[in-house]
Design a binder for this molecule. Structure first.
Ligand code: CTP
Ligand code: CA
Length: 225
């Protein structure tokens, strides 16, 4: 029954979530992107909403319908996502960085279509800003949750990101496996925080989002006490 405090542990909280891929233009007809459906981020937005939070979802391009009663902010590039998230982060209680942000963007976007020339071509790319690390470094920081998509050494890389980006929690998942991860309706997560960990077994993304959101609420409460 919604309305019971135990089932609405995020009542009155402001939750900011980033989701989906980013799209980095090379010229008017081409872009660099990554394999992200946005499903996990959208499921997290619905889970947080159902637990009583007011939710802002900053989303890169996806095929997904906008979740009901969620404030959807559409962006395309990593730079646009950075601006949209940073502008709202200090007013938020929780930030969940579920977007697959491009790590590099073309150093220059050509205003005209790039023409075919030699047998090989080279792109010059520039590193994007790390939205998650910058949110965690804000003076008035929200409870900051990151994701880590890994193909090898999941635990070591996840713990490194937790510490290096100064996160409150990190949810790591295997990508490039038979099941789960990008484009899939199912996923499993290894969640780490300072002094604890929990494995969330392979299940549908909505159910997984409910479990992760409940865990975030639990850790947030534990930190407040
Ligand atoms: N992230 C971000 N801004 C970036 C790159 C990543 O906010 N420019 C966030 C993602 O949203 C995710 C987390 O950082 O929550 C981890 O992303 P991931 O790609 O796993 O880690 P990186 O730090 O980018 O390192 P690498 O890609 O080398 O593994
Ligand atoms: Ca990355």
């Amino acid at each position: 029954l919604l309305g019971e405090p135990a089932e609405r542990p995020l009542q009155g909280m402001k939750v900011l979530i980033s989701a989906g891929p980013t799209r980095e233009p090379l010229d008017p007809v081409r872009y660099l992107t990554n394999r992200s459906s946005g499903k996990m981020g959208y499921a997290l937005a619905e889970a947080a909403r159902d637990m009583g939070a007011s939710v802002i979802l900053v989303s890169g391009p996806t095929q997904l319908p906008p979740p009901a009663q969620v404030d959807l902010v559409r962006v395309e590039t990593a730079a646009e996502m950075y601006e949209a998230v940073i502008a709202r982060a200090e007013a938020s209680d929780i930030y969940i960085g579920a977007a697959a942000v491009a790590d590099y963007t073309p150093a220059e976007t050509q205003s005209e279509k790039i023409k075919k020339r030699g047998d090989t071509a080279t792109l010059v790319l520039r590193k994007t800003r790390d939205i998650l690390a910058e949110v965690a470094a804000l003076e008035k920081r929200p409870f900051t949750v990151g994701f880590a998509a890994e193909t090898v050494d999941l635990e070591a890389y996840a713990l490194d990101k937790l510490a290096r980006k100064n996160l409150d929690m990190i949810a790591a998942n295997w990508v490039g496996q038979a099941e789960g991860g990008f484009d899939s309706d199912r996923n499993a997560l290894e969640v780490f925080w300072k002094g604890g960990r929990e494995a969330l077994a392979m299940t549908g993304k909505k159910r997984l989002a409910d479990r992760l959101t409940a865990l975030i609420a639990e850790r947030l409460q534990a930190g407040v006490v």
